[in-house]
Design a protein around this ligand. Structure first.
Ligand code: SAM
Length: 311
């Protein structure tokens, strides 16, 4: 369905947990290992069904870290079983991906985005608090051999922290059929609020002038490639090139609240209608109509950390 600004809302991001096995410096301020109540696979299915009745056809499972849930394959299978879900994707830090990739594919997962901000072991450890780079690289291999497609890498660059590794990340798209996307740092943490750390999409293009725009449109990224590249480079510029007028997203948080915009803390509870599908659908429609025109990252730390919201 269309929201009040004429945008067709067709993409639901479902956060299945706030827990995370990493502690990325830019992600948020809360405790990543915190215990919380999580929705059961059955409840998640009921909620997603209501969203699909409102016009959602693409679903992304995210978190926290979705693969810390040992029922992640059941969640995937249940969402895949909903008629009207045309694309089912997952965003993960990749640490447990090697062990889950084949089962996730079997459960109906189409594609995967893997967060990887550096291919250098000590920088990776500094950014995430864990010495698990090798596991993430294995996860990327397994995702490809399981037939998940596309496999994309998401990277956030920060000046003086990991921006010197941009070339190595770009090389992943040169050598493999992988899209590497750089996301501008958003203000969700002390690091995120430090604007001097942001590496903009424009700065990346200046540093790698061999990247040429290509005629490929998908989501919020602008895509580039270069001679001999097997994959693509994507630039996602929420700070310098707001894409709110094209935003087709809505978010279901891990506690069952619905968040219409990443840039605001506002979230609506619909769990009290969980056993009344017609009412659920009605509420979801009302919430879609409350989606604001755009985020307000200019006002700094406008929303919850992504570990809470789901990236
Ligand atoms: N645990 C999963 C993962 O690591 O991909 C899913 C959740 S994570 C919050 C999703 C994405 O949000 C990651 O790609 C991460 O880099 C991105 N992210 C987190 N904080 C960010 C920030 N301040 N600015 C830009 N992207 C951010």
């Amino acid at each position: 369905m269309k929201d009040n600004f004429g945008r067709e809302i067709s993409y639901l991001r479902v956060s299945v947990t706030q827990r995370c096995n990493l502690n990325c410096v830019y992600c948020g301020k809360s405790d990543c290992a915190k215990k919380e109540t999580e929705l059961s696979p059955e409840t998640i299915e009921k909620l997603v069904r209501a969203f699909v009745k409102c016009g959602i056809n693409k679903v992304r499972i995210t978190g926290g870290e979705p693969l810390v849930r040992n029922d992640i394959c059941e969640i995937t299978k249940r969402i895949h079983s909903i008629e009207g879900v045309e694309t089912l994707a997952l965003t993960t830090n990749g640490v447990y991906l090697a062990q889950y990739a084949k089962d996730l594919k079997k459960a109906g997962l189409d594609s995967v985005n893997i967060s990887l901000d550096s291919t250098d072991g000590s920088t990776y450890r500094h950014l995430t608090g864990a010495d698990v780079l090798r596991k993430v690289l294995e996860g990327i291999d397994e995702a490809q051999s399981a037939g998940l497609s596309p496999v994309k890498i998401n990277a956030v660059l920060m000046k003086g922290v990991n921006d010197d590794g941009a070339g190595e990340l770009i090389n992943l798209a040169k050598n493999r059929n992988i899209d590497v996307r750089f996301i501008e740092l958003m203000p969700f943490s002390d690091e995120g609020e430090n604007a001097s750390l942001i590496v903009t999409g424009e700065e990346i293009l200046k540093e790698f002038p061999f990247l040429r725009p290509i005629d490929y449109k998908e989501g919020t990224a602008r895509y580039y490639s270069a001679d001999g590249f097997k994959g693509r480079i994507g630039l996602i510029n929420p700070i310098t090139q707001k894409f709110c007028s094209d935003c087709n997203r809505i978010r279901l948080l891990s506690d069952g609240k619905v968040k219409p915009c990443l840039g605001y803390d506002t979230a609506f509870d619909i769990m009290r209608f969980i056993d009344d599908e017609d009412r659920l659908v009605e509420e979801v429609k009302n919430i879609i109509l409350k989606k604001p025109a755009g985020h307000s990252f200019e006002n700094k730390n406008a929303g919850h950390g992504l570990n809470r919201t789901g990236g």
